[in-house]
Design a protein around this ligand. Structure first.
Ligand code: ARG
Length: 406
């Protein structure tokens, strides 16, 4: 059965991710990464006792192939992984990440309970706060102990209905996978059907778990000036919880560590709803605006995208759901850059991701500088695009040859 592999690839592609660095599970590599992380941790936090801790970890790695972070190391490591995330413009908030240490939770049913709690805590009545829930670390030889097939905890299904696509095209594979695993879909497919979770652990087969929909906050989109906008029937969820990236701290991988911040309007308005391979709504909005769409050089796409972005920001704000606009985020990101430079650290950044599409060069400081694009440092978050995404135990069960393209 190759379902698992196919879904993994599809997710990796849709996230456009960075590859994991080549497996660093040798004793030497884990030790080197651990020493580097612990040295940083003790230095940045101005703690005593680095040498003793490092000596202890060296021994632990030598005899077990890995080591167990203290809760404080885990929390700090997760926060620094955010600080190092080159594509994120919201990093000024890195030290405020709430870290839920759930490393002893390993069964599907218990993981599901914790995921629900993550949604509740992070949603925070609409005042979305940044949260990560860290489940068991990967085993040094057998790989992930738990993994989510979903790329986010909240996502809308994609339905291929003959030659027509309904919903989120990026999630067609995931919806099909859930169906194959026995999920009961809504009686009639709609454009915004919530996907269930698919959770897999080292000891249990991939299992479909119903999403606790009462914990999912959604915002129906309206525009402050155009009454017709509401009739497009567009909506989006409040909480983007990335659930398939691997957190790596000091050489230890956490394949199941869902995390969230709050949305930047652009993500929804310019990408999710406007991209032609996503909800592709620019033409519908242009029709509402009665724009001439016969020539792209009339900039009707830009005009429509701006109106969708206004609708997203307006609707979220009116609903009391935390969301950022590009002006605010650009300014905050400059503060982050300044703080990093004051601390003597490089500002890792991926220019093309940091700069959104509404708000142009003239408006936002974030455009007017370069960022450090050397190999992303550890701690960090990684996309599951390497074969190590499916380490032996999980891989064998679904793909007997262990082979995987891409
Ligand atoms: N771009 C993704 C989406 O539109 C979410 C990525 C994380 N975004 C965030 N603001 N934390 O769903």
């Amino acid at each position: 059965m190759t379902t698992n592999v196919a879904v993994g690839q599809q997710q990796a592609e849709c996230l456009g991710g960075t590859a994991l660095p080549p497996g660093s599970s040798s004793i030497e590599e884990v030790t080197a990464a651990a020493v580097e992380f612990l040295s940083m941790y003790y230095a940045e936090r101005q703690l005593q006792g680095a040498a003793e801790r490092i000596a202890g970890v060296r021994e632990e790695v030598a005899s077990t192939g890995t080591y167990w972070h203290t809760p404080a190391e885990l929390a700090y490591g997760a926060r620094v992984a955010w600080r190092h995330s080159a594509r994120c413009i919201g990093r000024v908030r890195w030290s405020g990440l709430m870290v839920r240490d759930r490393r002893t939770v390993t069964l599907v049913a218990d993981i599901a309970v914790e995921l629900a709690e993550h949604l509740r805590v992070a949603d925070n009545g609409g005042r979305v706060r940044p949260v990560i829930t860290v489940f068991a670390p990967d085993h040094p030889t057998t790989g992930p102990r738990a993994r989510l097939w979903n790329d986010q905890l909240i996502r809308y299904c994609g339905w291929q209905l003959g030659d027509r696509l309904l919903g989120d095209p990026a999630q067609v594979g995931m919806a099909a996978a859930a169906l194959r695993l026995g999920w009961q879909p809504p009686s009639a497919p709609g454009p915004f059907d919530l996907l269930p979770w698919v959770i897999e652990t080292a000891d249990e087969d991939p299992t479909v778990v119903q999403l606790p929909v009462h914990l999912v906050r959604e915002v129906a989109l309206t525009h402050p000036r155009y009454g017709w906008f509401a009739e497009l029937g567009l909506r989006w969820y409040a909480l983007p919880v990335i659930s398939n990236m691997r957190l790596r701290i000091g050489g230890v991988d956490y394949s199941c560590a869902p995390f969230n911040g709050h949305y930047l309007g652009d993500e929804i308005g310019s990408r999710n709803l406007s991209d032609v391979d996503r909800y592709d709504q620019l033409r519908a909005v242009a029709a509402g605006l009665e724009l001439d769409t016969s020539s792209t050089s009339a900039l009707w796409r830009e005009h429509a995208a701006l109106v969708i972005n206004q609708a997203v920001l307006h609707s979220f704000q009116a609903a009391g759901v935390r969301i950022s606009d590009p002006h605010t985020e650009s300014e905050l990101f400059m503060r982050f850059c300044a703080a990093e430079e004051r601390a003597g650290r490089p500002v890792y950044g991926d220019w093309s991701w940091l700069n959104g599409s509404v708000g142009w060069a003239a408006l936002h400081a974030v455009h007017h500088r370069y960022y450090d694009i050397r190999t992303p440092p550890d701690p960090n978050f990684w996309h599951p695009t390497r074969p190590s995404f499916l380490r032996p135990t999980l891989q064998d069960r679904h793909h007997p040859t262990g082979r995987r393209e891409g």
